[in-house]
Design a protein around this ligand. Sequence first.
Ligand code: AMP
Ligand code: MN
Ligand code: MN
Ligand code: MN
Length: 280
Amino acid sequence: MRYDFHSHTHYSDGVLSPEQLVVRAEKMGLDLLAISDHDSISGIEQARAYVKSNNFKLKLVDAIELSAQSDFGEIHIVGLNIDINSTHLLSLIAEQQDKRWQRARAFETKFQKINIDGVLSELETNCKQVVTRSHIARALVSLGLVKDNNQAFKKYIGKKGRVKVATDWIPMEQAINAIQTAGGLAILAHPTRYPMSVRKLGYLIEEFKIANGDAIELAYPSITPDKRGWLEVQRNKNDLLASGGSDFHYPNLKWSDLGRFPAIDKNIPHVLDRIKNRLQ
Ligand code: AMP
Ligand code: MN
Ligand code: MN
Ligand code: MN
């Protein structure tokens, strides 16, 4: 079964519309796709309607990627196979989206202090719904301050950048609970991408399990075999399931196209086993 359990549309920081995304997934020969926008479920129904009216073989697994706070810093949690009508989840989403716009305004104030004007108005023009640092990066590119998103993160808004705004994301436990209350599986996204030491990452995975997390992503683009091996040891030790996804944001990144990520060994307990019989 070909699946991709992590992808984005233009409702958060992806570039494709839900329709364009499912066309691409169908062309890639995927059987299952999870659209997991940052703090948004808005692309899902639109994508499903398009899949249906075009008789695609593709099935959608409803999902989201929540930003949350752990003891070791900010993390991302994918909620897989969620009920997108869960009132609990919907109110949390509204809260997160609000926080994101507050953060955008705080960024504007800080940019103005270093004589950079017009970021917020770029965001208001170009942001469809959820405002992310990717949008801020694009704004800095179009203001001519940097040549691409990477440079924007490096110079301004990344961990070591000049402009910092702290956000009090919901605690990890609350994010996991909201996902599970909506009937979904809570998956720690791209563990090795967080800026923390291996030792801390080990603790984070333990805490994620203690907080009732279900799974960790074991396969995603650019993860090295060494790191994958290490993650598998942690997964096994903490009795978590495995998941995988491309974290697709936009075409033209050859190394991270939709559906492209290392295969997970068949013997490893996988989130697929838990959702297979729940797919219509
Ligand atoms: P946010 O959740 O608003 O803080 O935005 C985080 C998003 O920014 C991630 O989901 C990535 O898509 C993107 N991102 C993070 N770091 C980088 C980077 N160094 N270069 C380009 N994009 C990045
Ligand atoms: Mn993103
Ligand atoms: Mn992420
Ligand atoms: Mn993502």
